[in-house]
Design a protein around this ligand. Structure first.
Ligand SMILES: [Zn+2]
Length: 96
């Protein structure tokens, strides 16, 4: 009985020859295979959810009026002191 045969659940080629616990080996190998599959899915899902959590917070579009030209803009501010450049006149407009 080789480790590779157990991992692959390949019991052909006489790998079970010479053991009187063939059925127990097969049962155990199949359970372990399922466990590996479930663990892989679990890990994948856990990483996906961690990435979701680590994403930056959703920001809402905010209507801001440029102080220089008076043109309203809809911008998504990330933080309190962020700024954007007015596409109409090029003035920096701050989030405060
Ligand atoms: Zn402007």
């Amino acid at each position: 009985m080789t480790r590779d045969a157990l991992i692959a659940c390949d019991f052909s080629g006489g790998v079970l020859d010479g053991t009187d616990r063939g059925e127990a080996f097969i049962r155990e190998a199949l359970i372990l295979k399922d466990m590996r599959r479930d663990y892989k899915l679990f890990k994948k899902e856990a990483i996906k959810r961690l990435n979701e959590l680590a994403k930056p917070q959703h920001t809402e579009a905010k209507r801001v009026i440029c102080k220089k030209c008076g043109r309203p803009q809809y911008v998504e501010f990330m933080g309190k002191n962020d700024r954007f450049k007015c596409p109409n006149c090029g003035t920096w407009v701050y989030n405060h």
